[in-house]
Design a protein around this ligand. Structure first.
Ligand SMILES: Nc1nc2c(ncn2[C@@H]2O[C@H](COP(=O)(O)OP(=O)(O)OP(=O)(O)O)[C@@H](O)[C@H]2O)c(=O)[nH]1
Length: 308
C-alpha cells in the first residue's frame, strides 16, 4: 500500500504567521548583499536583466572596470558587456552539474586580491541557479521562434519583427522593405520525389536565401514553401535587386535524384513599408505583389508600387 504522509496540522498557528511575517519583512528590506542579490535575481527570467543585476550587485561589493558575460544559446552568441576593461582580469566558467552556462570575465586596472576573488566566487555561486534558469528559458523562447525544419526564424518571429519594424519606421523614419517568396509548383516536387526530398529542398532554399541577403536582413519561413526577408534600411529598388539575387540563388539549387537532377524556381513579391500603415497591411501588399508574380508566369519578382 502506498503511504501518503499526513499533514501534521491543518490550521496555522498565530506564532507561525508572526514568524513568517517577520521573516518576510527582513527578506524584503534586507540590505545584506546576498539577500538583495538573490531577491533581485528571482524577479526575472530574462538573461539580459539577470546579468545586469549581477553586474550591479557585484560592483557594489567588488569594484571592477568591466564585466563581460558570454554564452552560446541555440547557435546564437549572447553577450552582456559593461565598462571599458583594464589590464588585470579574472575569468569564471559558470558550470553546474557538468553543464556550462557561460563565461564571466571581470577586468580592471588594479589586480584582484585573493579575498576579492573569493568574494566574486561567493556571488557567482548565488547567481548560477537563476542564470541557469534564464539560459533554459532563452533556449525554449528561441525554439518557439525558430522553424524546426530549416532553423530560420518562423512565422511568429516574423510577425513580431514586422510589428517592431513598422513601429521603428513610424517613430524614426527610414526605409524598410519586405520580400515574400514562394517556391514554384512545389507540390509537384513532393508528388514526384516524395516529402523527404521536398524537405531537403526547403532546407536548401533557406540556405540559398540566407546566402543571398546581407547580415542585417533576416530570412523567415512563414508557411510550407513560403519564405520572407525583412530588409531594414532598404528601399524598393534595392529590395527588388535582392529578390532577383534570391531567384538566381534558388535556381542554382540542384538535387541529384539518381537518373535526373531536380531544380526549382521561386517567385517574389516586394513591398516597401509605407508610413502609418500596420504590419498586416504591409504584409498584405507584399503578398499581392507575390500573387501577381505567380499570375504572370512565376519565377519572377513583382513590386507593389508604393506612394512616394
Ligand atoms: N515536403 C514538404 N512539403 C510541404 C511542407 N509544407 C507544405 N508543403 C507542401 O507544399 C505544397 C504547396 O503546394 P501549393 O500551395 O499548391 O503550391 P505550389 O505547388 O508551390 O504552386 P504555386 O505556389 O502556385 O507555384 C503542398 O503540396 C504542401 O503539402 C513541408 O514542410 N515539407
Amino acid at each position: 500500500m502506498k503511504h501518503t504522509p499526513s499533514t501534521p496540522r491543518t490550521i496555522s498557528q498565530p506564532n507561525d504567521l508572526a514568524i513568517l511575517r517577520q521573516a518576510h519583512q527582513e527578506w524584503t528590506h534586507s540590505t545584506d548583499p546576498f539577500t538583495r542579490l538573490t531577491r533581485r535575481l528571482s524577479s526575472s527570467l530574462s538573461l539580459e536583466t539577470l546579468t545586469g543585476i549581477l553586474a550591479e550587485e557585484l560592483g557594489n561589493v567588488i569594484p571592477f572596470d568591466s564585466l563581460t558575460y558570454r554564452h552560446q544559446i541555440a547557435d546564437r552568441d549572447f553577450i552582456y558587456a559593461t565598462g571599458l576593461g583594464g589590464p588585470h582580469s579574472c575569468e569564471y566558467r559558470l558550470n553546474l552539474e557538468g553543464v556550462n552556462y557561460g563565461i564571466l570575465t571581470l577586468k580592471r586596472r588594479k589586480a584582484f586580491s585573493e579575498d576579492e576573488l573569493e568574494g566574486i566566487e561567493m556571488v557567482i555561486s548565488a547567481a548560477i541557479l537563476p542564470l541557469r534558469n534564464a539560459c533554459h528559458y532563452m533556449t525554449i523562447e528561441q525554439a518557439a521562434l525558430t522553424d524546426a525544419l530549416t532553423s530560420v526564424p518562423n512565422k511568429r518571429a516574423m510577425d513580431e519583427q514586422l510589428q517592431r519594424a513598422s513601429m521603428l519606421a513610424n517613430r524614426h523614419g527610414g526605409d524598410y522593405s519586405l520580400i515574400l517568396c514562394d517556391l514554384d509548383r512545389f507540390k509537384n516536387v513532393n508528388d514526384q520525389h516524395g516529402h523527404v526530398v521536398g524537405d531537403h529542398l526547403l532546407r536548401l532554399t533557406a540556405e540559398a536565401l540566407e546566402g543571398a541577403v546581407r547580415n542585417s536582413d533576416t530570412v523567415y519561413r512563414f508557411g510550407g514553401e513560403e519564405f520572407a526577408v525583412l530588409l531594414p534600411h532598404t528601399g524598393e529598388r534595392e529590395a527588388k535587386a535582392v529578390a532577383e539575387r534570391i531567384r538566381t540563388a534558388v535556381a542554382a539549387i540542384s538535387i541529384d535524384c539518381g537518373d535526373s537532377k531536380l531544380s526549382v524556381t521561386i517567385s517574389c513579391g516586394v513591398a516597401r513599408y509605407l508610413p502609418d500603415e500596420g504590419a498586416d497591411q504591409w504584409k498584405t501588399r507584399a503578398d499581392q505583389a507575390l500573387y501577381i508574380a505567380k499570375r504572370e508566369g512565376r519565377n519572377c519578382t513583382r513590386v507593389f508600387a508604393g506612394i512616394r
